[in-house]
Design a protein around this ligand. Sequence first.
Ligand code: NAI
Length: 304
Amino acid sequence: MAELGFDGRVAIITGAGGGLGRQHAELLASRGAMVVINDLGGSVHGEGGDVGPAEKVAKEIEAMGGVAVADTNSVATPEGGQAIVDTAVEAFGRIDIVINNAGILRDKSFHNLTPDLVDPVIDVHLRGAFNVTRPAWVKMREQGYGRVVNTSSGSGILGNFGQANYGAAKMGLWGFTRVLAQEGAKYDIKANAIAPVALTRMTEDMFSEMASLLKPELVSPVVAWLSHEDCSVSGEAFSCAGGRIARFFVGLTQGYFNPSLTIEDVAEHLAEIREVKDMKDFWEPTSLTDELAQLAETLGASGM
Ligand code: NAI
């Protein structure tokens, strides 16, 4: 197949001063995209700041013949998000792609999770995606084109001990993605999410023998395809790790229906409510509207 290029496209990659974001930015730039390397340059816990990482990656891309500009605003405030989009528009005149990748960790088991460990995590991951995507969305709607890639995580989709703050933010990003996909459809704006697994400073103590296989650059081709104009999917989420890509999906069992449902009915029919009897015995709603249409049918209602 012909090489997929990004000539003339402008991409913002948040948190691109290192780790996954840097790989996404380098791949897009190597295929012709003009990239905004956004990074606050703080610690993995979100403390401090440094212009160094963003500037270094932008210079490296330029040295390889690419086009990049560094930006050190924080995604965690609406003003920061606006400033990042302004950087793209001032440098390159438009904005086609937003890759929401910036992230921090403040892990603690839930009973010890004080607000100072919750708010900054929600602010960077979940509010950060709102803050950057909102001003970009205005431009994308005007031009009738856009691609948004949000960085979710198995920590939220599947749960991970000690990460109630992070998991909630990451699962929130999946909901955000699905709504953007619906609202963006008529403007050719596509939004998808990834749930990566990769060896970066964020995960350096997490993986044992598998660590060397989890190269961040093996996540970037997925992000790049979801950012490309040929991308044919929207509202979806992909697990990406070490070169394996798979789709996460939300399914519903056939369930149990009783028009005079009691508490005891729930208790007595729990198995039927929960179980997938065989792998064909579930369905995958594509939206809430889709689920409600099916519900109306089960309830014998004529419509929603
Ligand atoms: P990383 O720590 O190398 O990269 C995160 C970057 O975000 C850092 O360069 C940091 O300076 C930047 N950042 C933090 N707060 C910021 C803010 N307020 N404004 C702008 N930039 C900010 O870690 P990694 O692994 O590359 O993480 C990238 C994304 O992937 C994160 O959203 C993370 O939660 C997610 N992720 C990573 C996984 C992995 O296995 N590495 C697993 C699942 C999700």
